[in-house]
Ligand binder design. Sequence first.
Ligand code: BGC
Length: 254
Amino acid sequence: MSTAVGIDIGGTGIKGALVDLDSGTLITDRRKISTPEGGEPGPIIDAVVEMMSGFEEIDDDTPVGVCFPAVVRHGRTMSAANVSDEWIGVEAEKRFEDALGRDIHFVNDADAAGIAEARYGAARGTDGLVIMTTLGTGIGTALINNGILVPNAELGHLEIDGVDWETVASNGAREREELDWETWAERLQRFYRRLESLFSPELFVVGGGVSKNHEQFLPLLDLETRIVPAELKNNAGLMGAARLARPEETQRPA
Ligand code: BGC
């Protein structure tokens, strides 16, 4: 059995589990702790070390994947749209490795969720280009073509009318502005239409906590492209992080 630990660091919580990569199921219960106040690198790394010390089921060879809401290049965090600015330029992968005393693989959160949906969830078996979108505090996106990830697509920051669109169309914006579903859907419509005209994808997958209410807003969208809710719910990030920790698995179509 091929296994790996996946850890998903978010603005409010850090989740982790040991994942069976063949079936895409969790071997351990999902563990969850609150993200330390301020979300700075030091306290978050300490929290992950504490979480990892609870995994008695793993050995030194078990791969560990960690996902995080930022652009990640060569293990370094390059942006901080909804997290502490102190992450910009941090050698995150190395900092985690030093603290944990083992290798890890560090990736963007939406990329992880997209890979999980492509392999185990709503986009399973879809040929061609799948665009994963996570509607949360921000908007995360992932491009997966025939199962292969093109990393760090930051399409949530697409500018429409000169506006960084995640600031008005994320679920965070919906809550902040107390938008009704129709008004929010009009903003989503412009977003998905733009993505459609730029990429002509086969499928959009819509994740993030609000996707459990998909019946309220997906039917309001008028698109050429099929658009479906994500299936893996809160586990997509950690499952994809676990899978990406085995790079040999990711280089072949999902
Ligand atoms: C960040 C992305 C992240 C997304 C979802 C955006 O603000 O720029 O890197 O994937 O939020 O967390």
